[in-house]
Unconditional design. Structure first.
Length: 189
């Protein structure tokens, strides 16, 4: 009898957790809609309140941390953004709803904070998820260069990208002042 009560309690807790997860996901989606329209500091702070509510329901939701990090970055709070992005990275690696685009967004925000090594690690995960997407490879090459892994950047450009569309990728590198040294290693043909 005691064992049956324990099993029933575990099942009830799992169902409640699932409901709380659903509520948290709905709140996160609401926050994302509001974030897309936010223009002022007050708007962003309102979105943070919704994200806090989502976090209270599901503190293991990496997307809530990702959104919080993006907002903290927009509010010029680099320390809080870095903390949120680190937690998002940790949680998102096991989230089945996360795709390479989400990880690319995380990496882009990490770059803006100057956390190039962290961005490189995130993009390495994105490449594993989406091996056929050249934009993921290109984002990784840029992150590898910025984080000091210059041989990796050269290899990815040479072996994965320039053979596909040389002019396009070289033109894209020209748009980024901090990648001019990398660009100079490849000739236009």
């Amino acid at each position: 009898m005691l064992e049956t009560q324990k099993q029933t309690g575990v099942l009830r807790d799992a169902i409640l957790l699932t409901e709380r997860d659903k509520e948290a996901r709905k709140l996160w989606m609401k926050a994302e809609r509001n974030r897309a329209q936010a223009k002022t500091e007050e708007d962003f702070n309102e979105v943070l309140k919704v994200l806090k509510e989502a976090h209270e329901r599901d503190d293991m939701n990496g997307l809530v941390y990702l959104s919080s990090g993006i907002i903290q970055s927009a509010l010029n709070n680099p320390e809080q953004a870095a903390i949120a992005f680190t937690e998002a990275d940790s949680l998102l690696q096991n989230d089945p709803l996360v795709d390479s685009f989400t990880l690319m967004s995380l990496a882009q925000n990490l770059h803006q904070l100057g956390r190039h090594e962290h961005a490189e690690r995130v993009l390495r995960k994105a490449m594993k998820m989406d091996m056929g997407n050249p934009e993921v490879w290109f984002a990784y090459a840029k992150a590898a260069w910025r984080s000091g892994k210059k041989d990796n950047a050269r290899y990815v450009l040479r072996e994965q990208l320039l053979s596909r569309n040389r002019k396009y990728y070289l033109d894209q590198l020209q748009l980024e002042p901090d990648l001019q040294e990398l660009l100079s290693e490849f000739d236009y043909e």
